[in-house]
Every structure is written in C-alpha cells, then in structure tokens.
Design a protein around this ligand. Structure first.
Ligand SMILES: Cc1cc2nc3c(=O)[nH]c(=O)nc-3n(C[C@H](O)[C@H](O)[C@H](O)COP(=O)(O)OP(=O)(O)OC[C@H]3O[C@@H](n4cnc5c(N)ncnc54)[C@H](O)[C@@H]3O)c2cc1C
Length: 259
C-alpha cells in the first residue's frame, strides 16, 4: 500500500505528532510505502490568491476557472502540483489533525482549497440526463481510500446523537463526503480520540494500540457506504434523493448513506 499522510499540527511533540509518527513506523514496518505532507513544517501557503496563477491570472480573479486553466496547462505552482502528484501516487490517504472549532485546522483547509483544483478534483466528466459530472463515487481520485484521524477535546458523549456538539458523523460529513468522496475517494470510518486535552502518558499505550490496530487493518476495513451520484438513487438535475429509498424516519446527512 502506498500511503500519503497529510498532517496538520504545529508541534512535533503533540499528541497529533505522536500519532503521525506511529502511523509512519507502523506502516513502514508492515512493508508499506509512506510519504508525508507535514503542512506546518512545509510552511504550506494556505490561502488561494492571484499569485497561484502567475501572469495568467484573470483580472478580476476567477479562482475556479483560473485554477482549471492552470491545471490543464500544467502551470499550477510547484507546491500544488507536488501535492496533486502525491494524491495520484497514493492508494491510501490519512489525514491527521486536531478538531479546531468543529472543523479542520485552517492550514489543512487551505491545502484542500489549493490542491483540489477545478478539472483535478471538480468539474470533471460529462453532464447529461443521466450523469452530473464525475463525482460522489466517481472522479479523478477514484480507487483510493482515505481515513480521518482526529483528536477532539470534548468528551464522546458531547458528540453523540443527542450531544450538544452534534454527532461527530455530521461534523465530519463536509470533509468525508463533501471533500473526499466528491472526487471519488472511498472513506473509511474515522479514527476519533475524544477528551484528548485530558490524555495522560498512562493513557497513551492504549491509544497507540488502538491506532496501530486500525492502521494494520486499513486494507480490510469497509468504507462508509455513501450513495453514488450517477447510479439511480438521485433525480438529475435536482440531485434529490429519490423518495422512499431511505429507511423510514431518516433525515439529514444520513440520507446519503446506504443502510
Ligand atoms: C483553536 C482550537 C480550537 C479547538 N476547537 C475544539 C472544538 O471545536 N471541539 C473540541 O472538542 N475541541 C476543540 N479544541 C481542543 C482540541 O481538539 C484538542 O486540544 C486537540 O485535539 C488535542 O490534540 P493535540 O495534539 O494538540 O494534543 P496535545 O496538547 O499535544 O496533547 C494532549 C494531551 O496528550 C498527552 N499525551 C500523552 N501521551 C502523549 C504522547 N505520546 N505524545 C503527545 N502527547 C501525549 C499530553 O501530555 C497532553 O496532556 C480546540 C483547540 C484549539 C487550540
């Protein structure tokens, strides 16, 4: 397995840093190839701006169109092209990050904004009566798998279906479905650690054992069963889920997951 780890934490000695290091050592010991995008260490530029498209940038700037044109011409900046190449190289992508303000750290969102360009991650494939582009189950990155490894300050009960923060599956839906499944990546159930601000050195061996176990079973883990867009479940072009496909009473993000 070729694994790319995209890691977003400013402190190498953090819990996130330890989990990233453990992923590298565990996967390499199991014979897998590993590459790392350590976003803080790379001083990753996290904002999209006209400099991303050089002298060919539109004025006024049109981010989607300019990014697609630069992608087609091979003139995206070298940092973005290198990350796209890593994604195409990988068959497994692990994202290691702390939950900050109910979302990924800004540097990681900026990685997505700049690397998932038009014509690479979106705006791919034909639009017709039966197809609405290649996305949600199809796309440039189809055939790959991804896993979110997320550390969370709050307790697990805070993220349960009736918990005050909302269910963790809902909070991660924009990343797992909107960002990763969109260009065709199959997403494995996340590895989530709760209450991490209270984690102690005594807790760490148990955490490490659980993480190692997930890492060594990545290839046999079933992905989340998100519904595919172009295979009959959705009306086109409204992209409404056809009535009656969901289990009785199901609403919200869960509509887009098979039973
Ligand atoms: C800006 C911001 C926004 C946040 N928003 C949210 C939010 O929306 N929801 C929420 O629930 N939480 C939130 N948090 C909390 C955040 O999710 C946690 O602080 C984070 O997940 C902890 O991960 P860390 O790697 O930074 O931990 P660290 O602070 O590095 O470590 C956590 C604990 O693990 C211990 N530890 C034990 N063994 C090890 C080891 N081997 N290596 C490293 N550390 C070890 C450390 O000693 C420490 O006590 C937020 C925090 C910040 C700063």
């Amino acid at each position: 397995m070729k694994t790319l780890i995209v890691y977003a934490h400013p402190e190498p000695r953090s819990l996130n840093g330890s989990l990233k290091d453990l992923a590298v050592s565990t996967l390499e010991a199991a014979g897998h190839e590993v590459r790392i995008s350590d976003l803080y260490a790379m001083n990753w530029k996290s904002v999209v701006d006209a400099a991303d498209y050089g002298p060919d940038a539109s004025n006024p700037l049109k981010v989607a169109l300019d990014s697609g044109r630069a992608f087609d011409a091979g003139t995206l900046t070298p940092d973005v092209r290198a990350e796209q190449d890593k994604l195409l190289w990988a068959d497994m992508i692990i994202f290691q990050f702390p939950l900050w303000w109910y979302a990924m750290p800004a540097i990681l969102k900026g990685w997505v904004d700049r690397v998932f360009t038009y014509h690479f991650a979106y705006g791919v494939g034909e639009h017709s009566d039966t197809r609405y582009g290649e996305r949600f189950g199809e796309g440039t990155l189809a055939g790959r798998r991804a896993l979110l490894s997320v550390t969370v300050g709050g307790l697990e009960s805070h993220y349960a279906p009736r918990g005050i923060n909302g269910p963790i599956d809902d909070l991660l839906f924009p990343i797992q479905h909107g960002i990763l499944y969109y260009p065709g990546i199959d997403v494995l159930p996340p590895f989530v650690l709760y209450g991490t601000d209270r984690t102690t050195a005594e807790d760490y061996p148990h955490i490490a054992a659980a993480w190692r176990q997930r890492l060594l079973t990545l290839e046999s883990t079933e992905p989340i069963a998100f519904r595919r867009q172009n295979f009959g479940d959705y009306e086109i072009p409204s992209l409404h889920l056809k009535r009656g496909l969901e289990p009785v009473g199901r609403t919200g993000f869960g509509l887009h997951v098979y039973d």
